[in-house]
Design a protein around this ligand. Structure first.
Ligand code: ARG
Length: 457
């Protein structure tokens, strides 16, 4: 027989019981539910609403229920609907009377809000650590392979020579911002809704400050109706996870391209590559492809959470039960993806020779000619035109800039007669000249590694 049926003449239908139950997902927040109830019991006892030995028995009983549920030695049925009712029902079975007092000055509405905030706090702290590991992995690769010279791309067309470290840092900075976003979201998550009860507060002499302290919350949700109705912190977490997943997907896309024979810049470790069921030679970058694919699911979760809440009247509505499956899936998937991405970066090998080979015979030093002329007073637009004509000339001849001597270059602009030919044939020198703040020169790469390292310490 389902619970809470005092005012009904008939039991709930079996189909409705199944439809209504969230117990399976709720078990993910078993610890949070027990911890929340422990804090509530302690506070009730201190406020004189439970006797001291009643409270002591309840606290002990709660630990038994925690252990039983964790071990699966007691399995709640669907009639118990959710983790809150399951824990209470089991406590009543074990302890009788005192357990029936536990729900004084409390509602499942503030319980579920509390549990989810605690669950998020625990998982976001872990996500932050995991993002820190990913950041360290990228920085280590920038230290070990950052000196490799390569083409920097825009529009996936070769642009200017850069050092690989420059690109790795361009992936690392977003990860460090992701960590900041997590920390920032935590300031809004880490607020205690317990004591809001159904939505109006309570006439009982509770002390919300005390449960706040016992649960280690940074503060309280100030309005009882907001405390049970708000889910914007859940939406915010999903949004930040979607941003993280988007970053992982950009890295993944690059690794997929780079591990193709055509690029051949990178080899994923065998731990993260898979074979084909038909083509024996295959060595597919599935880890990267799955990171890219998983990001779509994570991003879909944001839409789901926004849609669930958008037209709900105040305060609690049962629709809100549906946020949990999406939210937990988004956060767990994001955490797993971050760990996989870290593994991929830590174990892949760069084919250092391949990057440089690709720079030969291209026109990625055309900007050098324009910049050199501009530094000698030629207006940049004109300098750009000169360099463009040099490129067209070489292209038509089927050669590249290295075929031009300063004398030949002087046909395009007289000043070029005095230029050092290295200007348009030495890509490393070109990269190292970019010493402006945030540029690709190795000194700038080292400086940024230092800045980011300091955030992971
Ligand atoms: N299982 C419910 C949920 O997840 C708990 C709150 C139930 N409250 C209610 N008034 N039915 O949202």
């Amino acid at each position: 027989m389902s619970k809470l049926r005092g005012r009904f003449g008939e039991p709930t239908g079996d189909d409705m019981q199944r439809f209504s139950s969230s117990i399976e997902i709720d078990l993910e927040m078993l610890d949070e539910d027990i911890d929340g109830t422990r804090a509530h019991v302690t506070m009730l006892a201190e406020a004189g609403m439970l006797g001291d030995d009643e409270a002591a028995r309840l606290l002990e009983g709660l630990e038994h229920v925690r252990a039983e549920l964790r071990a699966g030695s007691w399995v709640p049925g669907d009639e118990l609907e959710d983790i809150h009712m399951a824990v209470e029902a089991r406590l009543v079975e074990r302890l009788g009377e005192p357990a029936k007092k536990v729900h004084t000055a409390r509602s499942r509405n503030d319980q579920v809000a509390t549990d989810v905030r605690l669950w998020l706090r625990r998982n976001l702290q872990a996500l932050s650590d995991e993002l820190g590991e990913l950041l360290s992995a990228l920085l280590s690769r920038a230290e070990s392979d950052g000196d490799v010279l390569m083409a920097g791309y825009t529009h996936l067309q070769r642009g200017q020579p850069i050092l690989l470290g420059h690109l790795l840092l361009a992936h690392a900075w977003p990860v460090s911002r992701d960590r900041q976003r997590v920390a920032d979201a935590l300031t809004r998550i880490d607020l205690n809704p317990l004591g809001a009860c159904a939505m109006a507060g309570t006439p009982h002499p509770i002390r919300r400050e005390r449960t706040t302290e016992l649960l280690g919350f940074g503060g309280m949700v100030e309005n009882a109706m907001d405390a049970v109705a708000a889910r914007d912190h859940e939406q915010e977490v999903a949004a930040l996870c979607a941003i993280v997943a988007g970053h992982l997907s950009r890295m993944a896309e690059e690794l997929v391209l780079w591990s193709s024979t055509e690029f051949g810049f990178v080899r994923l470790s065998e731990r993260y590559a898979t074979g084909s069921s038909i083509m024996p030679q295959k060595r597919n970058p599935d880890a990267a492809e799955l990171l890219r694919g998983r990001s779509a699911r994570i991003q879909a979760g944001v839409t789901g959470l926004l849609s669930l809440c958008r037209a709900l009247p105040m305060a609690y509505n049962r629709d809100l039960q549906e946020t949990r499956e999406l939210l937990f899936q988004v956060v767990s998937s994001t955490r797993e993806s971050v760990r996989i991405a870290t593994g991929v970066w830590n174990t892949l090998s760069f084919r250092r020779d391949r990057f440089e080979q690709e720079l030969r015979g291209d026109f990625s030093l055309a900007t050098e000619v324009a910049d050199w002329l501009a530094s000698r007073g030629v207006p940049f637009r004109e300098a750009h035109e000169v360099s463009g004509r040099m490129v067209r000339h070489c292209d038509e001849q089927g050669t590249d800039l290295s075929s031009l001597s300063p004398e030949a270059a002087a046909d395009f602009h007289p000043l070029l007669a005095e230029a050092d030919r290295e200007l348009w044939i030495d890509p490393r020198a070109a990269a190292e000249r970019r010493t402006s703040r945030g540029g690709t020169a190795s000194a700038e790469i080292r400086r940024q590694i230092g800045l980011l390292r300091a955030t992971t310490a």
